[in-house]
Design a protein around this ligand. Structure first.
Ligand code: ZN
Length: 182
């Protein structure tokens, strides 16, 4: 990738790209960007393996909940926003391993994003593969573009929720999920 561009950015910030400490920085940043923005490389998109429900003699019709962490970059300022996600689904004919869900979250996080699109990208993908009875995703994140500039008080979190199917239609299902993730 174009290390010259990163040298230019260092100059614009007001530093000297030729000083000792910054000598290898453009190269390192270029390498790192390949990794943290791998979400643009469609070849790295994880394939979602689904299983037939009932395939091991158990029919899953309960809510399956999983949580984890994610790291992304705000598309308005190109600095990180990061936090936790809480995912749930109620299967119909297909089930999926939760490690796959985590990899889908990783993949769509590795782009310039806004929180609203991130939840949508993740659920769209899983909805297509699973056709579940319901899907839910809550993301709670800290935005460095706000915190570093003092717009939000330190620790201020932004919460985005996407509820589909029974999570949207049925209040008791929704409440059950919300209670799990409190
Ligand atoms: Zn921002």
């Amino acid at each position: 990738m174009n290390q010259k561009l990163i040298e230019e950015i260092i100059k614009v910030i007001g530093d000297n790209p030729n000083r000792e400490g910054l000598k290898d920085t453009p190269k390192r940043v270029a390498e790192m960007w390949k990794q943290i923005f791998r979400g643009y490389d469609i070849k790295q998109k994880p394939s979602i393996t689904t299983f037939d429900n009932n395939n091991d003699g158990v029919f899953y019709d309960q809510m399956i909940v999983d949580s984890g962490y994610f790291f992304s970059h705000c598309e308005h300022h190109m600095v990180p926003f990061f936090g936790e996600y809480h995912f749930a689904y109620i299967p119909d004919k297909k089930i999926v391993g939760l490690s796959k869900v985590a990899r889908i979250v990783d993949f769509y996080s590795a782009r310039l994003q806004i929180q609203e699109r991130l939840v949508k990208d993740i659920l769209d993908e899983l909805e297509i593969e699973l056709h579940p009875k319901g899907l839910a995703l809550v993301i709670k994140a800290r935005h460095l573009c706000k915190e570093m500039r003092g717009v939000l008080k330190h620790g201020g979190e932004m919460i985005t929720t996407d509820l589909r199917g029974v999570f949207k239609e049925d209040e008791s299902t929704r409440m059950e999920f919300m209670n799990y993730i409190k």
